[in-house]
Design a binder for this molecule. Structure first.
Ligand code: FES
Length: 144
């Protein structure tokens, strides 16, 4: 069996929604310290709906395919719906990823959350902080 599904290869070779949004309402950037890959997600939000989304990913093929698929999954969705999307949903939509590449899909989930959090912070919207693990509030990270 091929290592990557046709869907993964398609989103890697022809990634959807690549780029940036100059007047984005929320930008989320996350990275994986081990592999060094970075994913940046830009959201345009109107009346609680994600009307546009773009991404820039400096990383492996699975990270690019995951971010491409994630943007397709959240475009036109409400913020609440987008926040419910997990890395497993992204992996399922891609038809699977090799086990050692599952962490690439985590970046997609995290970058969406980071972008929404940035939007909430910018707009002064109240939110449940436990939804968004924050480095500033992490006991261990605080003293590093
Ligand atoms: Fe780290 Fe893909 S190898 S994001």
């Amino acid at each position: 069996m091929a290592l990557y599904t046709e869907t993964v290869m398609d989103h890697f070779m022809n990634p959807r929604n690549v780029g940036s949004i100059d007047d984005a309402d929320g930008i989320g950037e996350v990275g994986n310290a081990k592999c060094g890959d970075i994913m940046k997600m830009y959201l345009k939000i109107e009346d609680g709906v994600i009307t546009d989304v773009k991404f820039e990913t400096f990383g492996c093929g699975s990270a690019i395919a995951s971010s491409s698929m994630a943007t397709e999954m959240i475009k036109g969705k409400t913020i609440e719906e987008a926040l419910k999307i997990t890395n497993k949903d992204v992996v399922d939509a891609l038809g699977g990823l090799p086990v050692h590449k599952l962490h690439c899909s985590v970046l997609a989930e995290e970058s969406i959350k980071a972008a929404v959090k940035a939007y909430y912070d910018r707009e002064g919207i109240e939110y449940d902080h436990t939804q968004f693990p924050d480095v500033d509030e992490c006991e261990t990270c605080r003293y590093v």
